[in-house]
Design a protein around this ligand. Structure first.
Ligand SMILES: NC(=O)c1ccc[n+]([C@@H]2O[C@H](COP(=O)([O-])OP(=O)(O)OC[C@H]3O[C@@H](n4cnc5c(N)ncnc54)[C@H](OP(=O)(O)O)[C@@H]3O)[C@@H](O)[C@H]2O)c1
Length: 293
């Protein structure tokens, strides 16, 4: 099976490429800038067609959550219009599309885990452009699979785990927000989940599984407990560690508003694709070990 993935250096893209290196049945082709630029519609169709994929994973996105508050038009062009064109091209060449979205489509006011049918109400430009992307993908492809994930980290790119470890090299104590709750998710797990979806689509047809799903690391964490776990594991492996001081989000103002609760209920994904992420702590251990060793 050949999967074309948008974006070259992205966490999910790199993780899918790594998965393919372990499985002779899977070929992953990363299609990104300069050949495919989500801001250049012609480049999208041309580069995807050349790849002759069996399935397209639409993973590229404008992901700088705070910066997006100052770059609304650019974030919309990439996350909404760019995603729409990828889905439309997939439809045109007759292949299924799996599109990635985010927990930040929710406002965080629910007590409990969000299910797919819960009302969306993004609080940030990033969240609202990703939600627009979901809607445009749904109206541009006959049977898309849209997967919302959350708090993504990996050995690749920029992410919370790498930032914490980097900061702990020069600081003994760090202040980390304790009143926002979510599901830390390893991009390596997302890659396995996407492969499970691709196999199901191949076996049953995309029309049988089309829809929106949540996929994230099992369990729940605050940024504080996430950081503490990173340092526990790093300390065990001889890597950097720091004392974590809990602070409220009011003590750490950011440009973009983030949901206080964006925990995702992943039961629908598990039931449909027979794949479930392990407890988030286990996946953090694997990634931290790889980074610090
Ligand atoms: N990161 C998170 O915490 C998080 C949470 C929830 C959902 N998600 C969603 O999950 C998906 C994957 O996220 P990720 O963490 O793997 O992203 P990432 O590491 O931030 O990478 C973003 C990717 O998008 C590509 N990209 C950005 N602008 C582009 C453009 N104009 N044309 C073509 N490619 C462009 C980048 O390209 P280059 O390779 O050229 O730099 C990069 O490959 C995204 O849809 C994201 O919204 C992420």
């Amino acid at each position: 099976m050949r999967i074309a993935v948008t974006g070259k250096s992205g966490q999910v893209a790199k993780s899918l490429q790594r998965l393919a290196a372990t499985d002779p049945e899977l070929e992953v082709v990363l299609v990104g800038r300069p050949e495919l630029d989500l801001l250049d519609p012609d480049s999208i169709g041309d580069s995807l067609r050349k790849t002759k994929p069996d399935i397209i994973v639409s993973a590229a996105a404008y992901t700088a959550v705070d910066q997006a508050e100052d770059e609304r038009d650019l974030a919309y062009a990439i996350n909404a219009v760019g995603a729409e064109i990828v889905a439309r091209e997939a439809e045109r060449i007759g292949v299924p599309v799996i599109h990635l979205s985010t927990d930040y489509v929710f406002d965080g006011s629910k007590n409990g885990f969000y299910v797919e049918a819960d009302a969306t109400a993004p609080q940030s430009v990033y969240g609202s452009t990703k939600l627009e992307g979901e809607k445009l993908v749904a109206s541009s492809h006959s049977s898309p699979v849209i997967i919302r994930t959350a708090w993504v980290y990996s050995p690749y790119g920029k992410n919370f785990v790498k930032t914490m470890l980097e900061l702990a090299r020069t600081r003994d104590e760090l202040n980390v927000v304790c009143d926002q709750w979510g599901c830390p998710t390893s991009a390596l797990e997302i890659a396995r989940a996407l492969y499970a979806v691709a196999i199901k689509i191949r076996d049953l047809g995309a029309e049988r599984v089309t829809g929106t799903y949540h996929f994230a690391g099992a369990g729940e964490a605050s940024w504080q407990s996430f950081a503490e776990h990173v340092f526990q594991c790093s300390g065990r492996e001889g890597g950097p560690r720091a004392k974590v001081n809990a602070i409220d989000s009011s003590q750490f103002p950011t440009k973009a508003m983030r949901p206080q609760n964006s925990r995702l209920d992943c039961v629908k994904f598990t039931m449909t694709f027979q794949y479930e992420a392990p407890d988030w702590r286990q996946s953090v251990d694997d990634v931290v070990r790889e980074i610090v060793v």
